[in-house]
Design a protein around this ligand. Structure first.
Ligand SMILES: [Zn+2]
Length: 281
């Protein structure tokens, strides 16, 4: 079992005070914007045609086929998290393989066109291949993952020990399994247990615990102030989004009001509400 990497509030507060002026977190500003870590990407919220991540690297992980080495680019934070996740899986006895990372708008256009040609309609095609602009692969935050024991992009991956490991543990490295059974109406995609998307550990753990599609989570989370999105813990997000889905906006509203106040007040509010969720109030 991978070790949980939750930051403690006090460490976060210290890190914020010491590093805030120099830290460069993609989640810090405009989390839900095009280049933001929390950006929702689907057929209804597409990336612009010319969107290419500012920086990408090749994660040092094994690929399913030698020819895939050049097709697994990711943004640096996601690549580092993927490397950690693959190492942790290996420690547990599972050898994961990367299949496909960054994909350009034009490559996605071609894949989609081919799918439409083979199935005969756009509607059917887009359940299995995202239309151009609607693929998370264009963000450099997504990866398709298989294993040495099961090398196919097939939903049976979920029933393999490796697939189960990914489903249970990827959140501790900041990834979520994006398309699960029963979520097609909300995500627009058929289940894909091999497709993981990076959103950062705290949000990923919250989404996984709530066991809801990312669209459902993001619809509520995007109403929270940026300082909360950036510095909140999984416990806080789980509690807040869970409450908001039940129609209770009270704590979210306190955090929104605190955004207008000075920094001390903001931190006090964030810490107090986090502690309330931690103690189950
Ligand atoms: Zn994928």
């Amino acid at each position: 079992m991978a070790k949980k990497r939750s930051r403690r509030i006090i460490e976060m507060a210290l890190a914020f005070l010491l590093l805030a002026p120099v830290i460069s977190s993609p989640a810090l500003a405009g989390s839900f914007d095009d280049g933001g870590l929390l950006r929702v990407i689907n057929r209804w919220e597409t990336l612009p045609k010319d969107y290419v991540p500012e920086e990408m690297v090749l994660p040092e992980v094994d690929t399913n086929k030698a020819g895939q080495k050049e097709s697994i680019y990711m943004v640096p934070c996601a690549a580092a998290a993927l490397e950690e996740m693959f190492s942790a899986a290996e420690e547990d006895g599972y050898i994961l393989l990367a299949v496909s990372g960054y994909r350009s708008y034009s490559t996605q256009s071609l894949l989609f066109k081919n799918k439409v040609d083979s199935v005969g309609s756009r509607e059917t095609a887009q359940k299995t291949v995202a239309p151009p602009g609607a693929s998370e692969h264009q963000s450099g935050l997504a990866m398709d993952v298989v294993s040495t024991k099961f090398r196919y992009l097939n939903r049976d991956f979920l029933n393999t020990p490796e697939g189960k490991w990914v489903a249970q543990n990827c959140c501790y490295f900041g990834f979520i399994v994006r398309y699960k059974d029963g979520w097609t109406k909300v995500t627009g995609c058929n289940p894909e247990p091999w497709h993981i998307r990076y959103i950062g550990v705290e949000h990923a753990v919250a989404v996984t615990r709530l066991d809801i599609p990312y669209e459902t989570y993001a619809a509520k989370a995007r109403t929270l102030p940026e300082y909360v999105l950036c510095w909140g813990t999984s416990e806080l997000f789980c509690g807040l989004v869970g409450d908001m889905l039940q129609g209770d906006e009270s704590k979210a509203e306190e955090l929104r009001l605190a955004e207008e106040m000075d920094e001390d007040f903001r931190w006090d509010t964030l810490n107090r509400i986090t502690a309330q969720y931690a103690s189950g109030e």
